[in-house]
Design a binder for this molecule. Structure first.
Ligand code: SF4
Length: 114
């Protein structure tokens, strides 16, 4: 089974409305729905914190401490599809930085649920 790490938007998760990371990404990974082409094991879940400067090191630390290298990193749907969007970086910029720092491919988006 493919191993994945998910990155969520902490500003959205902390609002407590809709999804503080409690089920949507996890359901999509478990069932292989949305951007997951098959059922996947979530081996890390990282919360981005504004302004996002700690995202790459925190993701790297989660991978290091978990001792399981993910096959792919997923930026959550709440991060990628945010309206209004992140004021600090685009999802594409975040993906590029994460790919450069970790060497792991990044997928934009996770679940298809509203
Ligand atoms: S930096 Fe952007 S993506 Fe990260 S928590 Fe803040 S608003 Fe969300």
């Amino acid at each position: 089974m493919k191993k994945v790490a998910i990155v969520g938007c902490g500003a959205y998760m902390d609002s407590g409305y809709g999804c503080p990371g409690e089920w949507r990404c996890l359901k999509a990974a478990a069932l292989g729905e949305g951007k997951f082409e098959e059922a996947a094991a979530v081996v890390a879940f990282v919360k981005c914190e504004c302004p996002g400067r700690t995202l790459a090191p925190n993701t790297g630390m989660a991978i290091k401490l978990g001792q399981i290298k993910p096959d792919a990193l997923y930026l959550s749907s709440c991060l990628v599809n945010a309206k209004p969007g992140c004021p600090y970086a685009t999802a594409e910029d975040m993906a590029r930085i994460l790919e450069e720092k970790t060497g792991i491919p990044v997928v934009l988006g996770t679940h298809p649920y509203s």
